[in-house]
Design a protein around this ligand. Structure first.
Ligand code: COA
Length: 262
């Protein structure tokens, strides 16, 4: 039997699972244990039919996640470094590939690996006190959890390079202005607003959400024509679903749809 996670708090309420990275004394830095536990947890969440969407946040008042654990990085050999990075990339891909919407509720510092994990989530809601950035260059290292790839895809190459090369933090308002976060809300409203946004998505067809996530994620990595063909294939597939019949019939009958994810 799997051990319950020691570094994560996990609570599911009516389809929404809230995952809290829980090392507040180290500003929720991502050590090997946190990464292992996130990996196992997101594997389980993907297979759990009770979980329809996820909110990822950090414990305490100060930080979402202040980065990879610098104490562990300091002791790494080149071989360890490469393996650490490949493992971390796989964990973030698991989050991004969950097949159900994941919102990062960014409640404070989201730096380095913390910013990268927020970017692997599908949407980001930040509290007014949030600070985001990729300070790795100040430590003589660089992003290793996909940050050099996801940041330019989210905010464009120029803005990404400014953040990646200066290592400077930006506040929530600036992160919103450049499209790094979707929304900024008061600290005390962060979890409620994140949940409200998630539930808006969850009111829609689960297969619609899953296939849309897949079309966007895979499409951004393939030539446009191929990506459109993939979109058409997914569209064809969704036409075989009960939810498609229900959603369209409900519209025509002027009643709310009851989706089943089938
Ligand atoms: N890895 C390991 N420990 C970390 C950490 C990280 N990424 N970020 C913070 N911590 C630890 C600190 O070492 C400190 O531990 P201690 O109390 O045992 O000394 C504790 O968390 C609190 O951090 P502290 O620096 O005292 O808080 P602060 O409010 O003065 O500063 C930050 C907050 C976020 C500006 C600062 O902690 C920081 O710069 N962290 C590193 C950010 C970073 O470079 N991330 C990328 C890593 S690849």
């Amino acid at each position: 039997m799997n051990m319950p996670p020691q570094t994560l708090l996990v609570a599911t309420n009516d389809g929404v699972c809230t995952v809290t990275v829980n090392r507040p004394d180290k500003l929720n830095a991502l050590n090997a244990q946190v990464m292992r536990e996130l990996d196992a947890l997101f594997e389980a969440l993907a297979a759990d039919p009770q979980v329809k969407g996820v909110i990822l946040t950090g414990a305490g008042e100060k930080a979402f996640v202040a980065g990879a654990d610098i104490a562990e990085l300091n002791a790494q050999s080149p071989i360890d470094g490469k393996e650490h990075t490949l493992r971390g990339q796989r964990v973030l891909e698991r989050i991004e590939g969950l097949g159900k919407p994941v919102i990062a509720a960014v409640n404070g510092f989201a730096l380095g690996g913390g910013c990268e994990i927020a970017m692997a989530c599908h949407l980001r809601v930040a509290s007014e006190n949030a600070k985001l950035g990729t300070p790795e260059v100040k430590l003589g290292i660089m992003c290793g959890y996909g940050g050099t790839q996801r940041l330019p895809r989210l905010v464009g190459r120029g803005r990404a390079l400014e953040l990646l090369l200066t290592g400077e933090m930006i506040d929530a308002a600036e992160a919103h202005r450049i499209g790094l976060v979707n929304k900024v809300v008061p600290r005390e409203r962060l979890l409620a607003e994140s949940e409200a946004l998630l539930r808006k998505m969850l009111a829609n067809g689960p297969l619609s959400l899953r296939f849309t996530l897949e079309a966007v994620a895979q499409g951004l990595e393939t030539p446009f024509d191929e990506a459109q063909t993939h979109e058409a294939t997914l569209f064809g597939l969704i036409c075989t679903s009960e939810d498609m019949k229900e959603g369209t019939a409900a519209f025509l009958a002027k009643r709310p749809a009851q989706f089943k994810g089938r």
